[in-house]
Design a protein around this ligand. Structure first.
Ligand code: DLL
Length: 431
């Protein structure tokens, strides 16, 4: 078992003390510097000096994506623009992007958080890290790049795409860690198979995949295909990007850098705080940010919290896998389900490839769901009308059993759906 550094084993009391100190300071900081927060606290009749312990957190207002958008581009900034040294943003599907600003200290803290996360996942100074996240305004590439570099690993800033070149680089430079989205890891694994590259001719041992959901089933399949272990990492632009949480080797949830991001889980409807272990919306308070501080940010990601120490020896609070988002829950004819349930369901079938799109439409004013999913090249090569039909009806039966309503399945030829080197779009809602 890897040696766990003392700073990862900080006692709950010490952590609470540190978090309290930072929270108290942050309450005063945002009140003084961000008009939006001053107004929100005044409206609630809360003074910064009322915040004395972590229990007082509930007195503070939530922040939502709407608040950030309403103050675009500079409205929530707590320092003069001249004091910032970097900006990143998420593209967003509609409207304005979400910007996050960093002072020099914010950048140093971010690097510290990502470096710590990568260490938790098992990255060390001997590693050769191939950063196959896109180098753009997106936080993924720069976060992983600087985090890995600060550990002393060798960083290859190759960006996403040009998969054959990625594989050549991987072979020539003996890459040990691949950093990219789950969607791109699937593309890499497929290329390895297509080119007939033997797994053991690669030096890869670890994949760090984040920025979108990856079901356990897809993780296991990708691990098998690339002959690696995968650690999934989590983060969001609003909090600075990756470096919020990551899985350790024991895989008992995602360890949160909770000295920087104080976690809560709340009921998405009422906003009431939920006890550890209950499923709800993750909410984070940035405890140390200078440029883009956030109080109680509603992530819309659904997970459970666990503050008991992990079997790996680390004491940081953990959250479970992100089970869905409050805003991507699909309601079909009154039944709720999440796209991630579909992925778990599909990947139980070894005849299917991890490429699918859930299409929603209205037929005669009734919700209809059709799922386009590719079959594997092996199954396609040996297919007959009967085997295709038999597979289709088995999937349909299992889906009805698991999710609760009937949907159509279209089994497609390999490579018929668009691929994404970043995040995949899994739902096409035309209702
Ligand atoms: O995706 C930051 C990031 C980059 C995280 C690289 C990890 C690695 P955004 O583009 O703002 O930021 O998207 C954030 O993506 O609220 C989740 O819904 C989703 N997400 C991120 N990581 C995971 C994960 C980056 N491991 C949004 N599992 C978040 C499930 C994830 N969903």
């Amino acid at each position: 078992m890897a040696i766990v550094p003392a700073e990862h084993r900080i006692s709950r009391d010490e952590m609470t003390q540190l978090q309290t100190h930072r929270l108290v300071r942050m309450a005063g900081y945002v009140y003084e510097r961000v008009p939006h927060y001053r107004k929100a606290l005044d409206e609630k009749g809360v003074r910064p000096q009322d915040i004395r312990s972590l229990d007082d957190l509930a007195l503070l207002p939530f922040t939502s994506k709407k608040d950030i958008v309403a103050h675009y581009p500079y409205g929530l900034l707590a320092v003069p623009v001249a004091d910032t040294v970097r900006v990143h943003s998420s593209s967003g599907t509609t409207g304005k992007p979400i910007n996050v600003f960093y002072t020099r200290k914010d950048l140093a803290d971010w690097i510290e958080c990502v470096a710590r996360s990568l260490r938790i996942a098992g990255v060390c100074s001997d590693d050769v890290c191939q950063i196959a996240f896109r180098y753009t305004l997106f936080t993924g590439a720069f976060g992983h790049h600087h985090g890995a570099e600060s550990i002393g690993a060798t960083v290859i800033p190759i960006s996403a795409g040009q998969t054959e070149r990625q594989l050549m680089t991987m072979q020539d430079l003996k890459t040990t860690v691949l950093h990219c989205t789950p969607s791109y890891a699937v593309i890499v694994a497929e290329k390895v198979a297509e080119l007939g590259i033997p797994k053991d001719s690669l030096s890869l041992r670890l994949g760090i995949h984040g920025a979108e959901p990856m079901s356990d089933e897809l993780r296991d399949e990708t691990q098998e295909r690339l002959g690696i272990r995968i650690a999934r990492d989590y983060g969001l632009t609003e909090l600075g990007g990756p470096g919020v949480s990551i899985e350790c080797e024991d895989r008992c949830g995602y360890h949160i850098n909770e000295d920087y991001f104080y976690p809560e889980v709340v009921d998405p409807e009422s906003g009431k705080s939920l006890p550890d272990g209950e499923l709800g919306e993750l909410v984070f308070t940035a405890l140390a940010k200078e440029a883009s501080p956030l109080l109680r940010y509603r992530t819309r990601d659904l997970a459970r919290l666990d503050r008991t120490p992990c079997s790996c020896g680390r004491t940081f609070a953990r959250h479970g896998r992100i089970l869905g988002r409050t805003d991507d829950m699909l309601i079909v004819g009154g039944v709720n389900f999440f796209p991630s349930q579909m992925e778990s369901l599909l990947l139980v079938f070894e005849e299917l490839a991890p490429h699918y799109v859930i299409r929603l439409s209205k037929k005669n004013r009734v919700d209809a769901v059709a799922v386009d999913v590719e079959v594997t090249p092996e199954f396609w090569a040996a297919r007959s009308t009967e085997t295709l039909e038999s597979l289709r009806s088995t999937i349909q039966y299992k889906a009805k059993e698991a999710i609760g309503f009937r949907m159509e399945f279209n089994l497609l030829e390999p490579s018929s759906l668009a691929r994404s080197e970043g995040k995949s779009k899994r739902v096409d809602d035309k209702r």
